[in-house]
Ligand binder design. Structure first.
Ligand SMILES: Nc1ncnc2c1ncn2[C@@H]1O[C@H](COP(=O)(O)OP(=O)(O)OP(=O)(O)O)[C@@H](O)[C@H]1O
Length: 293
């Protein structure tokens, strides 16, 4: 049974990109919690969280999250408002550190290394794990300087390197053709969709391995959303992408893997197609059929 409501755009889900290798049979449920643990043993993992709990002061927002994120694929995080998707996403590059009173327990591993270990350089971590936010956040600077910003901060002075990198990133973000003749203009004069692609270009300029995206298209019109989705599909050839989205059709179109969160718990994770067409958990089915959330 197709559990996704037949809304416009879902037809594309049938052409959804497949994971390079299927998960092995018997995607196991955790025996210790409501979290389900997908077995991605045949895929190279980029990120893994093990028994992760997260707290804002005394409020626990995440409970015993066991999730494996495969390399060079798109993993979508879905779930009702307030279920902890953004909290989880921000934990992957320690963006929650800037919120006072937060803490976590358990492990968050990037290439098998604990990103919360004392010796970890958080600035270097955030270069490897870039982030794009829901609301585009260009700096009040020129288009060029927005993309060059990370390199300036890193003290890179080589002009031709900076120029080449800016062009490459704008090309990767599918924005170059629209801005190449006005690189000195203010970024604030770009449309919302262009600003969001500029922010993606800026995130790419630090040469990240992972891109975290928190509802990157939620404020955009359908045409701009389609461009961002095309871009994400293109980028996953080289980057590991974790995206929070409220739009299930979008998750179906762009992701290989989907994780369903509810009330701070990871209920189920699996191949997107399987999760939408044949969820293992009743809670997942209720959510994706619109019975709650
Ligand atoms: N800065 C914060 N301080 C205290 N509590 C917070 C903070 N940010 C989030 N929370 C709480 O943590 C829980 C998870 O929030 P989070 O934003 O991660 O959910 P979400 O699934 O991303 O929600 P949405 O889909 O509405 O963006 C919620 O109960 C929320 O109120």
């Amino acid at each position: 049974m197709n559990l996704i409501p037949p809304q416009a755009g879902f037809a594309q889900a049938t052409a959804m990109p497949q994971a390079t290798q299927p998960p092995v049979a018997g995607q196991a449920h955790s025996s210790t919690s409501t979290a389900a643990v997908s077995d991605h043993n045949q895929q190279k993992l980029k990120i893994e969280t093990r028994h992760m709990n997260f707290f804002y002061g005394s409020h626990q927002a995440l409970f015993d999250i066991n999730l494996k994120v495969p390399e060079r694929a798109v993993t979508a995080l879905i779930g009702p408002s307030g279920c902890g998707k953004s909290t989880y996403l921000r934990a992957l590059n320690r963006m929650n550190d800037i919120i006072e009173g937060t803490r976590h327990t358990g492990d968050v591993l990037l290439d098998s290394q604990d990103i919360y270990a004392p010796r970890i350089d958080v600035v270097a971590l955030r270069k490897r794990v870039g982030m794009v936010f829901q609301k585009s956040t260009p700096f009040p600077k020129s288009i060029f300087e927005n993309v060059a910003y990370g390199m300036r901060i890193a003290g890179i002075r080589n002009r031709s390197f900076v120029q080449e990198t800016v062009e490459r990133c704008l090309q990767q973000a599918a924005l170059w053709n629209e801005v190449k003749d006005r690189l000195k203009d203010s970024a604030m004069a770009l449309s919302g969709g262009q600003q969001q692609r500029l922010c993606i270009a800026r995130a790419l300029a630090t040469n990240p391995e992972v891109l975290l995206m928190d509802e990157p298209a939620s404020a955009l019109d359908p045409a701009s959303t389609a461009r961002i989705e095309d871009l994400i599909i293109e980028l996953k050839q080289n980057y590991t992408i974790v995206i929070v989205t409220h739009n299930m059709q979008q998750a179906a179109r762009i992701s290989e893997w989907t994780a369903f969160f509810c009330q701070g718990r990871l209920v189920e994770v699996g191949l997107t197609k399987q999760l939408f067409f044949k969820p293992r958990e009743k809670e997942t089915e209720d959510y994706i059929t619109g019975r709650f959330g």
